[in-house]
Design a protein around this ligand. Structure first.
Ligand code: SF4
Length: 344
C-alpha cells in the first residue's frame, strides 16, 4: 500500500480528518492540508474550539467548505456527549454532521478494526468487475446492495482473528485507485485477482461497471471585479447560505458587463482594464466569468456597491481572509505592479 501520513498512526481522529479531506480531493492535494490541519488542530477538543475563520483558512483551496464546518460541529458534539472521543457505535457515528455510511465504515474498520464495509467509487468499480455485476453503480440501491454483500464477506472473513478488516478495505480501495482503473483502462496483467475476475475472464472490463451518465451542469455567466485601491484589494465576505458561504471573494454581478457598464458602476476616474475570462467548475455548476481590473483613485470615495468590502493587503489576503479558489484565476496583486510598470 502507498505510504500516506494518516496511515502512519491511524487513530480515529486521524482517519476521520483524512477521510473527510479525501472526499472530492486527490491524495496528493490533500496530504499537505492534512499535515497542516493535524499540526494546528491535533485533537477533537482543539477542533471544537477553533474559530470558523481559522478553519476556513486551513481549508482554503480544498473546496466543499461545508465539510470543515461539519467537522467543527461533530467535534463539539463529541466533546459534549462522547467524552471527547469519536463514538465506536455505528448509529451514533451516523448521527454526527457530515459522517455518512462511507466515512463511518472507514473509521470503524481502519481505526477500530471492526468488520464494517467501505464502499467508495473505487471499491464499487472493483466489485462490479470482479463479480461481473451489470447493476448500475450510480443507483443508490446498487450501492446499498454491494455494501451489504461486502459487509457479509467481511464478517465471515474476520472470523479468523488475525485478519484485519481495515487492511482489506484499504487494499480494495488501493486496487481501485492503482490497478482497476476507470474508463476501460484497468491494468489486469498486474492484478492479483485476474484469475478469478469475471470481467477479465469474459472480456467485459470495458463494459463494466455500468454507470448512468451525470446530469449536465448548470452554467452561470457573471462579471468579477479585481478592485484595487493603493496596495489593497477589495474582498467581500459571502454571507449567504450554501455555496462558498463564509468565504471571501471578489465583488461580482450576474451577467457579462461591457466597459461602459463597468464605467457606470465605478465612475469616470477609475482606471479600467479587461482581464482574461475564466471558468470555474463546481460539481453541479459552472461559472463563466468575465473579469475587469478596476483601480480606484485614493482620493475618491469608495462606491456604494463596495460599502461592505474589506480592502486587504496582499499579506492580509494571504493570512487572514480565506478566499475561495473560484476567484484565484488572476494574479490579484502582481497585476497592479505590472500595470504600474507598463504606465511608467
Ligand atoms: S482483473 Fe482487471 S478488471 Fe478484474 S479486478 Fe483486476 S484490474 Fe479489475
Amino acid at each position: 500500500m502507498r505510504k500516506m501520513p494518516w496511515r502512519e498512526d491511524p487513530s480515529p481522529y486521524h482517519v476521520y480528518v483524512s477521510e473527510i479531506m479525501l472526499q472530492q480531493t486527490r491524495v496528493e492535494t490533500a496530504t499537505p492540508y492534512y499535515l497542516r490541519f493535524i499540526q494546528e488542530l491535533p485533537d477533537l477538543k482543539s477542533l471544537s474550539e477553533a474559530s470558523e475563520e481559522r478553519l476556513l483558512k486551513l481549508w482554503e483551496g480544498l473546496g466543499y467548505y461545508s465539510r470543515v464546518r461539519n467537522m467543527k460541529r461533530t467535534a463539539e458534539i463529541c466533546v459534549r456527549e462522547h467524552g471527547g472521543e469519536i463514538p465506536e457505535d455505528r448509529s451514533a457515528l451516523l448521527h454526527l454532521p457530515g459522517i455518512g455510511r462511507y466515512t463511518a465504515g472507514a473509521i470503524l474498520s481502519i481505526a477500530m478494526h471492526r468488520p464494517e464495509p467501505v464502499a467508495d467509487g473505487n471499491v464499487l468499480r472493483v466489485l462490479s468487475r470482479f463479480t461481473g455485476s451489470r447493476k448500475d453503480i450510480s443507483d443508490q440501491k446498487t450501492r446499498l446492495w454491494m455494501e451489504e454483500e461486502l459487509h457479509g464477506f467481511l464478517k465471515a472473513w474476520t472470523l479468523q482473528e488475525t485478519r484485519d478488516p481495515g487492511m482489506l478495505n484499504q487494499a480494495l480501495m488501493e486496487l481501485g485507485a492503482l490497478i482497476c482503473l476507470p474508463n476501460s483502462a484497468p491494468k489486469c496483467a498486474e492484478c492479483p485477482w485476474k484469475e478469478r475476475c469475471a470481467a477479465f475472464r469474459n472480456g467485459l472490463t470495458g463494459e463494466l461497471p455500468v454507470k448512468s451518465p451525470r446530469k449536465a451542469r448548470e452554467t452561470v455567466d457573471k462579471t468579477v471585479f479585481i478592485v484595487r485601491r493603493g496596495e489593497s484589494l477589495a474582498l467581500l465576505r459571502n454571507s449567504r447560505k450554501g455555496l462558498l458561504s463564509g468565504l471571501y471573494g471578489l465583488p461580482e454581478c450576474q451577467g457579462k458587463l461591457n466597459e461602459e457598464d463597468v464605467r457606470a458602476r465605478f465612475g469616470k476616474n477609475a482606471v479600467i482594464r479587461p482581464l482574461k475570462d475564466a471558468k470555474h467548475i463546481f460539481t453541479h455548476l459552472e461559472w463563466h466569468m468575465k473579469a475587469w481590473l478596476v483601480i480606484l483613485p485614493m482620493e475618491d470615495p469608495v462606491p456604494d456597491f463596495l460599502k461592505d468590502a474589506v480592502f486587504a493587503t496582499e499579506e492580509e489576503a494571504g493570512s487572514a481572509y480565506p478566499v475561495a479558489t473560484a476567484y484565484k484565476k488572476w494574479t490579484l496583486f502582481q497585476r497592479l505592479r505590472e500595470l504600474k510598470e507598463e504606465d511608467t
